[in-house]
Design a binder for this molecule. Structure first.
Ligand code: NAP
Length: 229
């Protein structure tokens, strides 16, 4: 049985990823910063849940300790938790966005590494964004060129770079970043109409979360394949 943890999985793309991986037979832990929201989401689909706030070291360590005690290892880790702030650019907002979208990845990865090393096929997927791709934001033909998301984009560039650096420093574990596609979730509610269903975008995450032992590492991908940095 594949043991999987997805952060921020009580709703949106993370929740749909949990649902799809459960259907594939994974034992799925929904990480949620609000324990009650996590339990409710897990109960709805037959998953397990752990309280996990990616900005809180004690919470992260407690969540991984609980999975260690119950399963003894972790096979798949999906860094999905994320926040999008508006067009405010100041120190406190930057600290908040980076704490969740980038530092959170470091906290959870570091706590998970000992468990991942006990897996026969360890895989880490970071739900990043092409809004953090230097190539995309500098290309007038891409929608990312026009996005007023300074801090979010910078934090996702950091998330993607963390993927590359972990892929290099942990050759026994696959680390890949994914752009799931523009999706209608609570995060994008302020962007007006549009966005596809969370289920469609979750399928992109699931593809990277179910790579075989010969799968790629250190890549940034969307549904069409590899994306430029
Ligand atoms: P969403 O519906 O707003 O879900 C975000 C999830 O992250 C929620 O479960 C939220 O929990 C959780 N979260 C936020 N801060 C957290 C923290 N400190 N600790 C733990 N969990 C936390 O958004 P979404 O669209 O599904 O986004 C999922 C991921 O996809 C994000 O990383 C986002 O950047 C990325 N993404 C989304 C799109 C898009 O078009 N939607 C495009 C590219 C990338 P609460 O319910 O407690 O707030």
């Amino acid at each position: 049985m594949t043991v999987t943890l997805i952060t921020g999985a009580n709703k949106g793309i993370g929740f749909e990823t949990a649902r799809q991986l459960l259907e594939l037979g994974h034992t799925v832990y929904i990480g949620a910063r609000d324990a009650e929201r996590g339990e409710k989401a897990a109960a709805a689909i037959g998953a397990r849940s752990v309280q996990l706030d990616v900005t809180d070291d004690a919470s992260v360590n407690g969540a991984l300790a609980a999975i260690d005690a119950a399963e003894g290892r972790l096979d798949v880790l999906v860094h999905n938790a994320g926040i999008l702030t508006g067009d405010v650019v100041d120190g406190p907002t930057a600290l908040r966005v980076f704490d969740t979208n980038a530092v959170g990845i470091v906290r959870v990865t570091e706590a998970a590494l000992p468990l991942l090393r006990r897996s026969a096929n360890p895989t880490v997927v970071t739900v990043s964004s092409s809004a953090g791709s230097f190539w995309a934001v500098n290309n007038p033909d891409r929608p990312e060129f026009h996005l007023p998301t300074t801090l979010y984009s910078a934090s996702k560039a950091a998330a993607t770079m963390l993927t590359v650096q972990y892929a290099k420093s942990q050759p026994g574990i696959r680390f890949n970043a994914v752009e799931p596609g523009f999706t209608a979730t609570d995060m994008t509610a302020g962007f007006g109409d549009g966005g596809r269903s969370p289920a469609e975008s979750a399928a992109v995450v699931v593809r990277l979360a179910t790579l075989g032992v010969d799968g790629p590492t250190g890549t940034l991908q969307d549904e069409a394949g590899e994306l430029r940095w």
